[in-house]
Design a binder for this molecule. Structure first.
Ligand SMILES: Nc1nc2c(ncn2[C@@H]2O[C@H](COP(=O)(O)OP(=O)(O)OP(=O)(O)O)[C@@H](O)[C@H]2O)c(=O)[nH]1
Ligand SMILES: [Mg+2]
Length: 287
Protein backbone atom coordinates (compact mmCIF):
# COMPACT_ATOMS: atom_id res chain seq x y z
CA UNK A 1 0.00 0.00 0.00
CA UNK A 2 2.71 2.45 1.06
CA UNK A 3 4.80 1.07 -1.75
CA UNK A 4 2.13 2.15 -4.21
CA UNK A 5 2.24 5.76 -2.99
CA UNK A 6 6.00 5.80 -3.45
CA UNK A 7 5.73 4.28 -6.90
CA UNK A 8 3.11 6.80 -7.90
CA UNK A 9 5.39 9.74 -7.06
CA UNK A 10 8.27 8.14 -8.92
CA UNK A 11 6.06 7.49 -11.96
CA UNK A 12 5.11 11.16 -11.99
CA UNK A 13 8.73 12.24 -11.92
CA UNK A 14 9.38 9.97 -14.92
CA UNK A 15 6.33 11.04 -16.92
CA UNK A 16 8.29 13.27 -19.31
CA UNK A 17 10.34 10.31 -20.53
CA UNK A 18 9.51 7.81 -23.26
CA UNK A 19 7.52 4.90 -21.86
CA UNK A 20 10.27 2.33 -22.34
CA UNK A 21 12.70 4.43 -20.32
CA UNK A 22 10.21 4.97 -17.56
CA UNK A 23 9.40 1.24 -17.50
CA UNK A 24 13.04 0.34 -17.35
CA UNK A 25 13.58 2.61 -14.35
CA UNK A 26 10.48 1.35 -12.55
CA UNK A 27 11.69 -2.18 -13.13
CA UNK A 28 14.97 -1.21 -11.49
CA UNK A 29 13.02 0.25 -8.55
CA UNK A 30 11.09 -2.95 -8.09
CA UNK A 31 14.30 -4.96 -8.16
CA UNK A 32 15.83 -2.68 -5.56
CA UNK A 33 12.85 -2.84 -3.26
CA UNK A 34 12.67 -6.60 -3.42
CA UNK A 35 16.42 -7.23 -3.15
CA UNK A 36 17.23 -9.92 -0.60
CA UNK A 37 20.56 -9.14 1.02
CA UNK A 38 22.93 -11.85 2.16
CA UNK A 39 25.39 -11.32 4.98
CA UNK A 40 28.05 -13.81 5.98
CA UNK A 41 29.23 -14.16 9.54
CA UNK A 42 32.56 -15.67 10.51
CA UNK A 43 34.70 -16.18 13.55
CA UNK A 44 35.73 -18.92 15.90
CA UNK A 45 33.12 -20.79 17.84
CA UNK A 46 31.99 -18.77 20.84
CA UNK A 47 33.09 -15.45 19.32
CA UNK A 48 29.56 -14.14 19.76
CA UNK A 49 28.21 -14.42 16.23
CA UNK A 50 24.69 -15.47 17.14
CA UNK A 51 24.55 -12.92 19.97
CA UNK A 52 25.52 -10.07 17.65
CA UNK A 53 22.94 -11.05 15.04
CA UNK A 54 20.22 -11.30 17.65
CA UNK A 55 21.22 -7.89 18.98
CA UNK A 56 21.22 -6.16 15.60
CA UNK A 57 18.38 -7.66 13.64
CA UNK A 58 14.70 -7.57 14.34
CA UNK A 59 13.75 -10.48 12.15
CA UNK A 60 12.26 -13.73 13.11
CA UNK A 61 14.98 -16.16 12.31
CA UNK A 62 14.14 -19.29 10.42
CA UNK A 63 16.92 -21.73 9.68
CA UNK A 64 16.77 -22.50 5.99
CA UNK A 65 18.66 -25.75 6.15
CA UNK A 66 19.56 -27.46 9.34
CA UNK A 67 22.79 -29.18 8.72
CA UNK A 68 24.45 -31.30 11.38
CA UNK A 69 27.26 -29.48 13.16
CA UNK A 70 29.90 -31.87 11.90
CA UNK A 71 29.34 -31.14 8.22
CA UNK A 72 31.24 -28.20 6.89
CA UNK A 73 28.35 -26.55 5.14
CA UNK A 74 27.32 -22.99 5.79
CA UNK A 75 24.20 -22.58 7.89
CA UNK A 76 21.67 -20.24 6.41
CA UNK A 77 19.12 -18.25 8.34
CA UNK A 78 16.47 -16.39 6.49
CA UNK A 79 14.99 -13.41 8.33
CA UNK A 80 11.72 -11.74 7.73
CA UNK A 81 10.61 -8.28 8.74
CA UNK A 82 7.41 -6.86 7.29
CA UNK A 83 7.43 -9.11 4.26
CA UNK A 84 11.09 -8.57 3.44
CA UNK A 85 13.77 -11.17 3.63
CA UNK A 86 17.43 -11.23 4.42
CA UNK A 87 19.74 -14.21 4.70
CA UNK A 88 22.52 -14.64 7.23
CA UNK A 89 25.09 -17.24 6.36
CA UNK A 90 27.00 -18.66 9.29
CA UNK A 91 30.30 -19.59 7.65
CA UNK A 92 32.40 -22.32 9.20
CA UNK A 93 36.11 -22.85 9.31
CA UNK A 94 37.91 -20.20 11.33
CA UNK A 95 39.86 -21.89 14.09
CA UNK A 96 39.80 -25.35 12.58
CA UNK A 97 42.83 -27.22 11.40
CA UNK A 98 44.82 -25.78 8.52
CA UNK A 99 44.60 -29.14 6.78
CA UNK A 100 41.16 -28.20 5.50
CA UNK A 101 42.26 -24.99 3.83
CA UNK A 102 41.64 -26.30 0.32
CA UNK A 103 38.20 -27.54 1.24
CA UNK A 104 37.30 -24.18 2.77
CA UNK A 105 38.83 -22.23 -0.06
CA UNK A 106 36.42 -24.03 -2.40
CA UNK A 107 33.46 -23.39 -0.10
CA UNK A 108 34.30 -19.71 0.22
CA UNK A 109 34.88 -19.27 -3.48
CA UNK A 110 31.34 -20.50 -3.91
CA UNK A 111 29.83 -18.33 -1.16
CA UNK A 112 31.74 -15.05 -1.34
CA UNK A 113 30.55 -13.78 -4.72
CA UNK A 114 26.94 -13.89 -3.53
CA UNK A 115 27.53 -12.23 -0.18
CA UNK A 116 26.99 -8.51 0.25
CA UNK A 117 29.21 -8.40 3.32
CA UNK A 118 31.03 -10.65 5.77
CA UNK A 119 31.16 -9.80 9.46
CA UNK A 120 34.28 -11.36 10.98
CA UNK A 121 34.18 -11.52 14.74
CA UNK A 122 37.27 -11.70 16.91
CA UNK A 123 36.78 -11.93 20.66
CA UNK A 124 38.44 -9.13 22.62
CA UNK A 125 40.40 -11.57 24.79
CA UNK A 126 41.37 -13.90 21.95
CA UNK A 127 45.13 -13.85 21.47
CA UNK A 128 45.37 -16.72 19.02
CA UNK A 129 45.02 -14.40 16.04
CA UNK A 130 47.42 -16.25 13.79
CA UNK A 131 44.57 -18.67 13.09
CA UNK A 132 42.35 -15.86 11.83
CA UNK A 133 45.25 -14.33 9.96
CA UNK A 134 46.06 -17.60 8.24
CA UNK A 135 42.45 -18.07 7.26
CA UNK A 136 42.12 -14.50 5.99
CA UNK A 137 45.15 -14.79 3.78
CA UNK A 138 44.74 -18.38 2.61
CA UNK A 139 40.99 -18.65 2.22
CA UNK A 140 39.52 -15.20 1.63
CA UNK A 141 42.21 -13.94 -0.71
CA UNK A 142 42.61 -10.49 -2.23
CA UNK A 143 39.49 -10.47 -4.33
CA UNK A 144 36.98 -10.40 -1.51
CA UNK A 145 38.72 -8.40 1.21
CA UNK A 146 36.51 -5.43 0.51
CA UNK A 147 33.58 -7.53 1.69
CA UNK A 148 35.02 -8.18 5.16
CA UNK A 149 34.22 -6.05 8.19
CA UNK A 150 36.20 -7.05 11.28
CA UNK A 151 34.40 -6.72 14.59
CA UNK A 152 36.07 -7.09 17.98
CA UNK A 153 33.39 -8.79 20.05
CA UNK A 154 32.78 -9.13 23.77
CA UNK A 155 34.78 -5.98 24.48
CA UNK A 156 33.68 -6.17 28.11
CA UNK A 157 36.15 -9.08 28.37
CA UNK A 158 39.12 -6.84 27.55
CA UNK A 159 41.68 -6.40 30.33
CA UNK A 160 41.29 -5.30 33.08
CA UNK A 161 38.00 -7.12 33.49
CA UNK A 162 35.55 -5.98 36.11
CA UNK A 163 32.03 -6.78 37.10
CA UNK A 164 30.80 -3.36 36.09
CA UNK A 165 28.16 -3.00 33.41
CA UNK A 166 30.14 -0.36 31.56
CA UNK A 167 33.56 -0.51 29.97
CA UNK A 168 36.32 1.20 31.93
CA UNK A 169 38.70 3.73 30.39
CA UNK A 170 41.51 1.18 30.64
CA UNK A 171 39.44 -1.39 28.80
CA UNK A 172 38.68 1.11 26.06
CA UNK A 173 42.40 1.87 25.75
CA UNK A 174 43.15 -1.80 25.38
CA UNK A 175 40.43 -2.13 22.79
CA UNK A 176 42.02 0.74 20.83
CA UNK A 177 45.31 -1.15 20.92
CA UNK A 178 43.59 -4.26 19.68
CA UNK A 179 42.03 -2.29 16.83
CA UNK A 180 45.51 -1.06 15.83
CA UNK A 181 46.88 -4.58 16.04
CA UNK A 182 44.14 -5.91 13.76
CA UNK A 183 44.85 -3.12 11.29
CA UNK A 184 48.49 -4.20 11.21
CA UNK A 185 47.73 -7.90 10.90
CA UNK A 186 44.94 -7.80 8.35
CA UNK A 187 45.28 -4.44 6.62
CA UNK A 188 41.52 -4.43 6.33
CA UNK A 189 39.70 -2.41 3.72
CA UNK A 190 37.15 -1.11 6.26
CA UNK A 191 37.98 0.21 9.73
CA UNK A 192 37.75 -2.37 12.50
CA UNK A 193 34.81 -1.95 14.93
CA UNK A 194 34.49 -3.03 18.55
CA UNK A 195 31.33 -4.04 20.36
CA UNK A 196 29.99 -5.65 23.48
CA UNK A 197 26.54 -7.14 23.28
CA UNK A 198 26.48 -7.63 27.03
CA UNK A 199 27.46 -4.04 27.86
CA UNK A 200 25.40 -2.73 24.90
CA UNK A 201 28.50 -0.86 23.76
CA UNK A 202 29.62 0.04 20.25
CA UNK A 203 26.66 -1.52 18.50
CA UNK A 204 25.27 1.65 17.00
CA UNK A 205 28.61 2.65 15.48
CA UNK A 206 29.08 -0.90 14.25
CA UNK A 207 25.67 -0.87 12.58
CA UNK A 208 26.54 2.43 10.88
CA UNK A 209 29.84 1.00 9.61
CA UNK A 210 28.10 -2.09 8.35
CA UNK A 211 25.57 -0.06 6.36
CA UNK A 212 28.42 2.06 4.99
CA UNK A 213 30.32 -1.02 3.76
CA UNK A 214 27.37 -2.53 1.94
CA UNK A 215 26.93 -2.31 -1.80
CA UNK A 216 24.43 0.39 -2.76
CA UNK A 217 21.62 -1.97 -3.60
CA UNK A 218 21.92 -3.80 -0.27
CA UNK A 219 21.96 -0.94 2.24
CA UNK A 220 18.23 -0.15 2.29
CA UNK A 221 17.02 -3.73 2.62
CA UNK A 222 19.51 -4.35 5.44
CA UNK A 223 18.40 -1.18 7.23
CA UNK A 224 14.83 -2.44 7.15
CA UNK A 225 15.99 -5.56 9.03
CA UNK A 226 17.72 -3.64 11.82
CA UNK A 227 16.09 -3.18 15.19
CA UNK A 228 14.58 0.33 15.34
CA UNK A 229 17.23 1.67 17.76
CA UNK A 230 19.92 1.07 15.10
CA UNK A 231 18.04 2.85 12.35
CA UNK A 232 19.81 6.07 13.25
CA UNK A 233 19.67 9.21 11.09
CA UNK A 234 23.16 8.38 9.74
CA UNK A 235 22.08 4.88 8.77
CA UNK A 236 18.90 6.11 7.12
CA UNK A 237 20.68 8.86 5.25
CA UNK A 238 23.18 6.40 3.79
CA UNK A 239 20.43 4.04 2.67
CA UNK A 240 18.32 6.86 1.25
CA UNK A 241 21.30 8.27 -0.68
CA UNK A 242 22.19 4.84 -2.00
CA UNK A 243 18.63 4.28 -3.19
CA UNK A 244 18.56 7.65 -4.98
CA UNK A 245 21.99 7.15 -6.52
CA UNK A 246 21.19 3.67 -7.78
CA UNK A 247 18.23 5.08 -9.65
CA UNK A 248 20.34 8.00 -10.88
CA UNK A 249 22.90 5.51 -12.17
CA UNK A 250 20.16 3.56 -13.93
CA UNK A 251 19.12 6.75 -15.74
CA UNK A 252 22.73 7.50 -16.63
CA UNK A 253 23.04 4.01 -18.08
CA UNK A 254 20.00 4.56 -20.31
CA UNK A 255 21.26 7.92 -21.48
CA UNK A 256 24.63 6.34 -22.31
CA UNK A 257 23.06 3.75 -24.63
CA UNK A 258 24.51 4.25 -28.12
CA UNK A 259 21.29 4.52 -30.12
CA UNK A 260 19.42 6.95 -27.90
CA UNK A 261 18.14 9.94 -29.93
CA UNK A 262 19.71 13.18 -28.76
CA UNK A 263 16.41 14.81 -27.66
CA UNK A 264 15.59 11.81 -25.45
CA UNK A 265 19.05 11.94 -23.96
CA UNK A 266 18.54 15.62 -23.22
CA UNK A 267 15.24 14.92 -21.44
CA UNK A 268 16.81 12.14 -19.37
CA UNK A 269 19.61 14.45 -18.30
CA UNK A 270 17.17 17.23 -17.51
CA UNK A 271 15.00 15.12 -15.20
CA UNK A 272 17.79 13.06 -13.63
CA UNK A 273 18.33 15.10 -10.50
CA UNK A 274 14.60 15.53 -9.92
CA UNK A 275 14.02 11.78 -10.19
CA UNK A 276 16.88 11.14 -7.75
CA UNK A 277 15.48 13.59 -5.24
CA UNK A 278 11.98 12.13 -5.57
CA UNK A 279 13.46 8.67 -5.02
CA UNK A 280 15.18 9.91 -1.88
CA UNK A 281 11.98 11.53 -0.70
CA UNK A 282 9.87 8.39 -1.14
CA UNK A 283 12.49 6.08 0.37
CA UNK A 284 10.42 5.77 3.56
CA UNK A 285 7.51 4.40 1.57
CA UNK A 286 9.61 1.49 0.44
CA UNK A 287 11.86 0.71 3.40
N1 LIG B 1 30.66 -11.13 28.31
C1 LIG B 1 30.09 -11.25 27.12
N2 LIG B 1 29.65 -12.44 26.69
C2 LIG B 1 29.10 -12.54 25.46
C3 LIG B 1 28.96 -11.39 24.61
N3 LIG B 1 28.41 -11.80 23.46
C4 LIG B 1 28.19 -13.13 23.57
N4 LIG B 1 28.60 -13.58 24.77
C5 LIG B 1 28.53 -14.95 25.27
O1 LIG B 1 29.49 -15.75 24.58
C6 LIG B 1 28.97 -17.06 24.37
C7 LIG B 1 29.02 -17.43 22.88
O2 LIG B 1 28.15 -16.58 22.17
P1 LIG B 1 27.45 -17.00 20.82
O3 LIG B 1 26.73 -15.81 20.33
O4 LIG B 1 26.69 -18.24 20.96
O5 LIG B 1 28.75 -17.30 19.93
P2 LIG B 1 28.82 -17.93 18.48
O6 LIG B 1 29.96 -17.27 17.80
O7 LIG B 1 27.51 -17.85 17.81
O8 LIG B 1 29.21 -19.43 18.79
P3 LIG B 1 29.01 -20.73 17.82
O9 LIG B 1 27.63 -20.68 17.26
O10 LIG B 1 29.24 -21.85 18.75
O11 LIG B 1 30.07 -20.65 16.79
C8 LIG B 1 27.56 -17.07 24.95
O12 LIG B 1 27.63 -17.59 26.25
C9 LIG B 1 27.20 -15.60 25.01
O13 LIG B 1 26.28 -15.29 26.03
C10 LIG B 1 29.43 -10.13 25.11
O14 LIG B 1 29.36 -9.09 24.46
N5 LIG B 1 29.99 -10.13 26.35
MG1 LIG C 1 26.25 -19.27 16.93
Amino acid sequence: MRNREGLHSLQNSLSGLPQWVSERILHQVSQLTSYEPMIGIMGKTGAGKSSLCNALFAGEVSPVSDVAACTREPLRFRFQVGGRFMTLVDLPGVGESGARDTEYAALYREQLPRLDLVLWLIKADDRALSVDEHFYHKVIGEAYRHKVLFVISQSDKAEPTSRGERLSTEQKQNISRKICLLHELFQPVHPVCAISVRAKWGLRVMAERMIKCLPREASSPVVSQLKPSFRTPTVQKKARDDFGETIGTALDAVSALPLIPAPVRAVIRAVRDTVVSVARAVWNFFF
